[in-house]
Design a protein around this ligand. Sequence first.
Ligand code: DP6
Length: 345
Amino acid sequence: MGEKWVLMKTAQTPTNIAVIKYWGKRDETLILPVNDSISVTLDPAHLCTTTTVAVSPAFQQDRMWLNGKEISLSGGRYQNCLREIRTRAREVEDKERGIKIEKKDWEKLHLHIASYNNFPTAAGLASSAAGFACLVFALAKLMNVSEDESQLSAIARQGSGSACRSLFGGFVKWIMGKEDDGSDSLAVQLVDEKHWEDLFIIIAVVSSRQKETSSTSGMRESVETSSLLQHRAKEVVPKRTIKMEEAIQNRDFASFAKLACADSNQFHAVCLDTLPPIFYMNDTSHRIISYVEKWNRSEGTPQVAYTFDAGPNAVLIARDRKAAAQLIQRLLFYFPPKSDTDLDR
Ligand code: DP6
């Protein structure tokens, strides 16, 4: 084996938005959730991570760069993902270039990883979901791993829970699983991206500030102190997940919107029920909810669903293009942009 070669693979992975939220772990290290969750994967043209992974005998250690800046790989989550994927690595041969990597070589070879988000990290939308999903997928390609997307999702899950849902397009369910080793806690695709093409997703950036309480520590505190979280996980989500799956299968927007809004609101209620309480939404988020609720009521049937993650930004899902256009008009009316704003963007 010559010492000069570098072998590379690149992958691109979109982020996903939960419509039935994951909030709470039953195992912190393996990242096993207390309930199932369902998400919609965004169009990779808009919000995605692109990751290039490279291997070379010349590399002295594993290293990673995020948006051009080197970051540490020493954290447990990175280490778990790298270890899991390395144990599944297989022989790789590039005959043209005379490169052959045996299965056992992967333990000694080091990796360089470069990852970019196509959205500004400062927009407060930076998500570990696309990042870990993309890292695991790119490494699986480089190392000729034979596992399918669901099996890879169980590895991405160990980087960040929500990442497991980004291995598929369309609507995706993260099955919480029962096993202690996490082997059955993985993502499956419910329907692909062509199933419900009418939907339009608009993200209203309310604040670009970094959130004060990370999802990881927030959900830990909720598990420790919120009795509403226990009730939600045991009684509410199992039934709601079944109804949500039906709504998606039938493209039943009225039911979909009702369930998604209720689930977002309950997640934030759990945050309020946490000690000390966690406030992710702000006054602007609350105003957006009120405007959408009023509009939906006046139309007699929902036009738009809202959902909020661990921050104040609104994810608005419009039933079709017309509703999306009206939504933008309404947002501009209620939140007039400053006079120097470029409205083409
Ligand atoms: C509110 O996946 O970021 O977005 O597993 O600790 O990395 P860790 O948490 P993360 O939590 C996401 C929480 C959420 C809801 C969701 O995406 O389901």
